[in-house]
Design a protein around this ligand. Sequence first.
Ligand SMILES: Nc1ncnc2c1ncn2[C@@H]1O[C@H](COP(=O)(O)OP(=O)(O)OP(=O)(O)O)[C@@H](O)[C@H]1O
Ligand SMILES: [Mg+2]
Length: 454
Amino acid sequence: MDILIIDDEKNIGVAIKGILEDEGHKCEFCLNYSDGFKRLKEKMFDIVFLDIWLPDTDGVEGLREIKRYFPETEVVMISGHGTIETAVETIRYGAYDFLEKPLSLDRITMMVKHLGDKLNILRDLRKSKFNLIKKYDLIGVSDAIVRLKDKIERIAAMNSWVLITGENGTGKEHVARLIHMLGKRSDKPFVEINCSAVPTDLIESEMFGHEKGSFTGSIQRKIGKFELADGGILFLDEIGDMGLPMQAKLLRVLETGEFTRVGGNDTIKSDFRLISATNKNLPVEIASNRFRSDLYYRINVIPVEVPPLRERRDDIAPLVNHFIKETSAMNGIREKQVTDGLMRLFTDYDWPGNVRQLKNIVERMVVLSEGDTMDLNDAPAILVSGREEENIDGGVDCGSTLKEARDEFEKNYILKALKSTNWNISQASRMLDMERTYLYRKIRVYELDKYRDK
Ligand SMILES: Nc1ncnc2c1ncn2[C@@H]1O[C@H](COP(=O)(O)OP(=O)(O)OP(=O)(O)O)[C@@H](O)[C@H]1O
Ligand SMILES: [Mg+2]
């Protein structure tokens, strides 16, 4: 089994590690709580030995946090002199048992053996849960993200409805899934409906289901997503894009808690926790008569705002490192390093597409760059010149992603400069206030040479 010992007394860690490794277990130890918790998120451990008194955190608080994230990991508290009463208390918070110092090594071996029998049965289930927690953990160290995490941990345990707002790619769905995983409904489904992607005439049947023969093509009964979400979470994504007629229907269902399948008569009830998300500013939508205020009040019981990345620049470096790690693991390659200059470019950039844009760029760079270190030469053009374009009206049609629109604009703008200077690179680079080498890179990236004689 994999065992983690968190105790600030090094010899305790060494002692436990020593005897358990003799029994064939894999042990690691950390000397403070925050290192320990970080390690727990990186790797699945079966058992944690946790000291009640730690330099950086009260062990009981630690226990509660560990149990919130990893309810199936067994925690054994280690109690020093004078903390026995607290140790007994911890059983209430989900500790498996406690050990008193000085430690009885026999007792530890026995305990681990018992736990082994118990834990093996559920190993696969625990593994898949652990992978989900790892996937949806919120990476970031900024005050904003720390506060957001605290809030999520608090509200996850409740049943109140949540409205998540934030710009494109800030992590709204990520947050919704974390709330699901840390909450009481984590064993029940997380059912998502993208309200903007479904055509209006289909959305009703998607939400509430339909009976056989209720309309042309409905050859069999379909269970709607509201019904599927029974006991779990219903995630209404892009709710700000829902049309007014559907908003009226939705409101009625949310008020009564009842609905019928399209073409059916049976009243159906479903017990779901509603989490909605939007990148629209709903009060503005309400003022322009595009969103119903009564629906807004109904869904917005607990507001959660995910701030844009440019307002929490401290998160950029940890996110870059996280996505490098993730991409390397996924592709089975060695983790690459980032030079300081490149990291500065990342942290200075405004990230209009937020975390999603950052993730895509890092992923692409990791895959395409050569060597073990990534530097400025590996950076995509958009990062280097991002700021020059900002004040100019793009004139690109809607329908593409912001990134595509920006790329398209950049390409055209550079092409214009090149044409107007008759492909004089020095002149064009001065005009664009862009270094010649970067201009060359862009010409290559956008394959502008092919327009040269046109
Ligand atoms: N703090 C974070 N830590 C780790 N990954 C994150 C974080 N925030 C976002 N991500 C990742 O970034 C990507 C975009 O996040 P997500 O899809 O949740 O954004 P969104 O706000 O729902 O975007 P949209 O408005 O386009 O629907 C996802 O792959 C998500 O897992
Ligand atoms: Mg989303």
